[in-house]
Design a protein around this ligand. Structure first.
Ligand SMILES: [Zn+2]
Length: 495
């Protein structure tokens, strides 16, 4: 097993761009480091690449961020105190759903313990592979952080045997757009009609009028294809928010992605992950389209950071429903629906490596919160990180997803400072609400549950406290059981 051809080609072209034709370069970015660590059988080079990556911003000299971070933390404490708060974290969380750092910490700690327990199990399975190789004459060593992705990939291949390229012929962009329309019609009562003649900023952009029970709800703009100068990735945008303060105003929302446009008349095939993202971004659009608020400042997606990803994550759950799979995920040549065996494999693979993913993420989220809860003290970021991770029992085989000196989410602006926990918070809400649908007689297409979702959550924006919204939908406060089940972790009693 060696490096995939695409990785070699990337490494060669990176070298060429740096006038080193004939050589190969692994650029020190996540998108080239992660695949290298996953596929390279050369252990010594994996170690070198890993060390360079995790020590970004931490190597002394002009690019070392430690002193800057200490100063940012100090200034944040000063500002919080001027504003009358105990710490920066207390200030940042006042308007979040979590409300207090203690609530956020409680959730993170509840998930941390089972996550690191899962890591211990996974590392044992990987160590067994190394030990068996050693018996057959290979090198003998203890799994180190630069071995984790490489051996996890071996386990994945052995346990799940899933080739994502088999899935792609069933994923046609046009059909998936129809699937989103159909599913949101079933759940939210939306109908979509293509509109011609409205001004658009590029000929690839299409516009649809959205109605419910014959009544105009808003417009949905779709800009699916990559082109020069367009921002990368996928996102939702509200060009106009629903409100009735300045009169009855309906919303204009858009979804944008970067699919490669095919030849005319040929279907654009996308990956399962991209289809999931498509449903995710459409979930943000649906949140905007369901808005029913008086004031634009609290309408639609104008909600707390730890709440905004929940309606969009929730919408991802409609992609793997049998209705969508059988009607819309059909082979672009034969028209046959995607085989159930393939779908089962995709679902099983969802639980793969959750110990690693959760632990590397949570280590960052916990350190973020602890840094901003420390208050008015001098902080040496390296030492703080080391000491706190030791206290947490951080597994030796994993490093934080973003170590402190390279934690752009938290230090390039206030945006995610004391807020990196938000992803887990939203995930917990999503899992719990998805389970309400799973438990309902009609599953994800259960009419009363869908109506309750509109009435209590999707239409409310930030006009009602998100804690109250959730309670009104679920009849209780959020529990972590559903999240734990999704990740394949043991469920604590009462959760
Ligand atoms: Zn999102």
């Amino acid at each position: 097993m060696g490096l995939p051809e695409s990785l070699k080609a990337n490494a060669a072209s990176s070298a060429e761009q740096r006038k080193l034709a004939g050589k190969h370069i692994i650029v020190n970015t996540r998108s080239s480091v992660d695949p290298y660590l996953t596929y390279s059988p050369v252990r010594a080079t994996r170690e070198k690449v890993w060390k360079a990556f995790v020590n970004r911003g931490d190597g002394g000299g002009a690019t070392d961020n430690n002193a800057l971070i200490a100063r940012i933390l100090k200034l944040r404490v000063d500002r919080a105190k001027l504003l009358g708060y105990k710490t920066h974290a207390h200030w940042r969380l006042e308007n979040a759903m979590a409300k207090t750092p203690e609530n956020a910490m409680q959730l993170m700690e509840a998930v941390w313990t089972p996550a690191i327990a899962q890591v211990a199990i996974d590392v044992a399975a990987m160590q067994a592979i190394v030990d068996a190789d050693a018996k057959a004459g290979g090198a003998s060593f203890k799994i180190a952080p630069w071995d984790y992705r490489f051996y996890a990939e071996k386990v994945r291949k052995a346990q799940y045997d899933l080739d994502m390229n088999e899935v792609k012929p069933y994923m046609q962009l046009d059909k998936l757009r129809e699937a989103m329309f159909w599913a949101s019609g079933e759940v939210y009562g939306f109908q979509y009609q293509k509109v011609e003649g409205l001004p658009v900023f590029h000929e690839d952009v299409t516009v649809y009028e959205v109605t419910r029970a014959g009544k105009h709800v808003g417009l949905w703009y779709f800009d699916p294809y990559a082109r020069e100068g367009k921002r990368s990735g996928a996102w939702m945008n509200a060009y106009r928010t629903q409100e009735r303060f300045k009169g009855e105003i309906t919303t204009i929302v858009s979804n944008n992605s970067n699919f490669i446009k095919g030849p005319p008349g040929e279907p654009v095939l996308i990956s399962w992950d991209d289809a999931t993202t498509l449903f995710h971004e459409f979930g943000h659009a649906i949140h905007g389209l369901n808005a029913n608020a008086t004031y634009p400042s609290v309408s639609g997606t104008a909600v707390a950071r730890d709440y905004v990803e929940f309606p969009s994550q929730l919408n991802e759950h409609w992609l793997p429903t049998p209705q969508v799979l059988s009607k819309f995920c059909v082979h672009y040549k034969t028209g046959e629906p995607i085989p159930q065996a393939l779908v089962d494999k995709i679902k099983a693979a969802d639980k793969f490596n959750q110990g690693f993913d959760t632990t590397e993420y949570l280590a960052s989220a916990l350190i973020d919160m602890k840094l901003h809860l420390a208050g008015d003290v001098d902080i040496d970021p390296d030492k703080f990180e080391r000491d706190e991770l030791t206290k947490l029992g951080m597994p030796q085989e994993i490093v934080m997803r973003h170590r402190t000196p390279q934690f752009g989410h938290v230090f390039s602006g206030d945006g995610y400072s004391a807020g990196y926990y938000s992803y887990l918070w939203s995930d917990t809400l999503t899992a719990d609400v998805a389970e309400a649908f799973q438990e309902a007689p009609g599953g994800f297409y259960d009419k009363p549950t869908g109506q309750r979702l509109i009435d209590t959550i999707m239409s409310k924006g930030n006009s009602v406290d998100p804690v109250e919204q959730f309670r009104a939908f679920r009849g209780r406060d959020v529990k972590i059981g559903a999240l734990m089940r999704n990740r394949g972790f043991p469920v604590p009693p009462g959760a």
